[in-house]
Design a protein around this ligand. Structure first.
Ligand code: PMP
Length: 283
């Protein structure tokens, strides 16, 4: 039995109920975060809470809690679960009101939190990399807000599944955006290139983490426009996310990326990121 947090109360997940008029259900009118927890310690929590605030600002929902309150709730949900490595899910919707598009006046947001075991990449995925397929990005134009309206991402992810791949690499107007639930970056001549942090991609906490560790171990890292051609001729292509950490795409559209094996730069960054997580857990 898993305990969840709903509007300030803790209850078994089976007993957690919301109204069918919740705007999250009716309109996908809400935002969310997923915070990875290693050995019971939330990793990069301040960055996740800052992005939650950014998403809430973007869709104009008032943050129901201070960061101190969020921290306390996150700590409590971690303590209520037996597994060491967790994925803490936070969702805030605009709340419950008769169905009508404009914002209702003076309603309380619905706040939901749950925790699941953190699914880290398998050693097979780390050693051999993964398959991805490309597609045109068909999502809306505010992918920088982490909203629960994820139909575009769901359809993209299913496209990958239908093509025996684990992710999509999406392009918009000839430029790389991201995957369905991960960021995408490439390596060209020893330099890590990530797409510009604009409204077309989620500003991934793991992408920032890769930037940070790249500086630490002196691997060049740059945010820039990345053409489809650059992706297709890259030495390495990677996925990053809180759950995937960093994994190499070794097959894109049935063609080998680079040598077809995770590359030398991947190995250095993978190790540096694992060291960062281990250092954080030990600190
Ligand atoms: N892009 C999308 C669309 C995502 O859903 C995610 C998170 N799963 C990411 C990128 C990666 O973000 P993060 O590193 O913060 O998990």
């Amino acid at each position: 039995m898993s305990l969840v947090f709903l509007n300030g109360e803790w209850c078994p997940i089976e007993d957690a109920k919301i109204s069918v008029l919740d705007r999250g259900f009716i309109f996908g009118d809400g935002v969310y975060e997923v915070i990875p927890v290693y050995r019971r310690r939330p990793y990069r929590e301040p960055q996740h809470l800052a992005r939650l605030q950014y998403s809430l600002n973007g869709v104009r929902i008032a943050n129901p809690y201070s960061n101190e309150d969020w921290s306390r709730h996150i700590q409590q949900i971690i303590e209520r679960h037996s597994f060491e490595d967790q994925a803490v899910y936070i969702q805030v919707t605009r709340g419950v009101a008769p169905r009508n598009h404009p914002f209702p006046e003076a309603i309380a947001p619905t706040v939901f939190m749950m925790s699941n075991p953190l699914k880290r990449p398998s050693s097979e995925q780390v050693e051999h990399g993964v398959r991805a397929v490309s597609m045109e990005d068909q999502r809306w134009l505010h992918c920088d807000y982490k909203t629960t309206a994820l139909l575009g991402n769901v359809l993209a992810c299913q496209y990958a599944v239908d093509h025996q791949a684990i992710e999509v690499v999406q392009f918009r107007n000839g430029l790389l955006t991201e995957a369905s639930s991960s960021n995408v970056m490439i390596v060209q001549d020893g330099c890590i290139l990530a797409p510009q942090k604009n409204h077309l991609i989620l500003h991934g906490i793991t992408m920032n983490g890769v930037e940070e560790v790249a500086h630490r171990i002196e691997v060049p890292f740059e945010y820039t426009d990345i053409s489809e051609e650059a992706v297709r001729t890259a030495d390495e292509v990677w996925l990053t996310s809180s759950a995937k950490e960093v994994v190499a795409i070794t097959t894109l559209d049935d063609k080998a990326v680079g040598t077809g094996k995770p590359g030398a730069v991947f190995k250095r960054i993978y190790t540096a990121l694992q060291d960062d997580i281990a250092g954080y857990v030990a600190s």
